[in-house]
Ligand binder design. Sequence first.
Ligand code: EPZ
Length: 435
Amino acid sequence: MKNEIWKENCHMYVDGFVVNGGKRLKGKARISGSKNAALPILAGTLIAKGEYILENVPELKDIRTMFKLLENLGLEIEKLDENTYKVLNKGLKSSEAKYDLVKTMRASFLVMGPILANLKNAKVSLPGGCAIGARPVNYHLKGFEALGCKIKIEHGYVEAEADELIGTGIYLDFPSVGATENIVMAAVKAKGKTVIENAAQEPEIEDLCNFLNSMGAKIEGIGTSRLEIEGVEELIPGRYRIIPDRIEAGTFIVASVLMDGDIEIEDVKMEHLESFKLKLEEMGVKFEENNGNLKIKAKLSELKPIKVKTMPYPGYPTDLQAQLMVLLSAINGVSEIKETIFENRFMHVSELNRMGANIEVDGNTAVINGKAEFSGAEVMASDLRAGASMVLAALLAQGETIINRIYHIDRGYEKLEDKLKKLGADIKREKLEVV
Ligand code: EPZ
C-alpha cells in the first residue's frame, strides 16, 4: 500500500474522495470503536506492567500514531485480530515523547499522566495549536503541579518530576476532556485521594475510568463532574472492550436523514448522544432503537430549523457541529449554531458555501439560511469533522465532488468510503495530484 503522498515524475499525489451525489442510502452500517476513548485507554497501558487485551480498537491513522508512541516508550503491540490488540508492558524504556510524533497528533500529550504515574518523571513535547484552535495544555499542567510535580517548559518540551505523587483536590477552570483524562491517569497510583471538581463527563472519560477500575483502580463519581480517585499500589492489566464511536454514529445518522435513507445503524449507544438526539427530534426526526441498533425516520422537506450551542457533555457535542450544519443547510428556514468550545471551528463554512450553502459567520455564531441546492465542487478538508461535513454535502450534491486532504478524515473514520459504498453511495478513494 503506497504512502499517502505518492510521487511520480515529480508530480505529487495524495488520497482524495470523488463522490457522485444523489444516491439514496440503504442497508446496514456498523459503528466502529471510539477513537476518543481508545486513545486515552491506549495511553493508560503505560501505567502498569503486564498484558492488556483491547477489543473494538478502530483501525485509524491516529491509533497507529499512538501505537508508534507506545512502542517508542518500550511497549510491544500485537494485532490479535480485526480491532483486537495485545499491548505488552514489560517496563518503560524511556519517559520521553518526542516532537516528531506529538506534532502529528495532539492526543499524544495524554501519555504524560500515565508516564508520571509509572516513573514519577516525564518529558513530553508541547503540542502546538491546530486548525480549530490554540488548544493550550495549562489545565493539564496545573493538575500535575497540584499532585506534586515540578514543571519546567524548555525547548518546546514540558518536563515534570516528583519524588512522589500526592492525592489532592483539583478544580478545573473548564471541564477539559484531555486535562481530566491526564490527571485521572496520573492520580490512580498517587498517595491518598485526589478529587477533581468540574471534571469533564464525556462518555470517553467514563470508558477510560471503567478501564482503569477494571484493573483495580479506585475511581468514584464516574460520569459526574466530581471524580474521586483513591490511589492504589498496583494495577493488574486485563481484557477490555472499547465503547462505540458516538461521533461516527452521529455522522451516519445525519447521512441517513440527508439522504432519506433506509439505514440500520448497528452497535450504537444512543444514551451517549442524548443532546444530539433531542436536537434532531426538535427538528422532527424520529428514532427507533432496538438492542443497540437504530433506524431513523425523517422527511427532509418537513424538518424544522433550530438553534444549537455546542457545550461540554452532556451538552451538544462540538464534534457534531459541522455535520449538523450540512443538515440545517438542506432544510427549510433559518437556523443558528453557536460554537463555544473551540475558537476557530467554522473552517468548513467557506467550502460548504462553495458547494451551494448559504451560511454567514459572525464571531462564534453561524446563521444557516436553509433550502440550499448543493452542487458538486472541488473542496479541501481542513480538519477531521470539517472533512466529514464535506462528505455529507457531497452525498446530497448534484454532480461530482472532489474532496482533497482526506488524511484528516482518515484520522477519525474507519473505512468511511467502504461503509458508505455498502449503503449505495457513489464514493471512491483516488490519488489526486497535489496542485
Ligand atoms: C477532546 O479534545 C477531543 N479529542 C476532541 O475531539 C473534542 O473536540 C474535545 O475533546 C471537546 O469535546 C480527543 O478526545 C482526542 P478539551 P481535547 O481539552 O481534550 C481549552 C475530534 O474531532 N483548553 O476539552 O483537546 C481548549 O483549547 C477531536 O475527534 C485549555 O484552554 O479538548 C478548548 O478550547 C477534535 N487548556 C477547550 O478547552 C487546557 O489545558 C476544550 O478542550 C485544555 C483545554
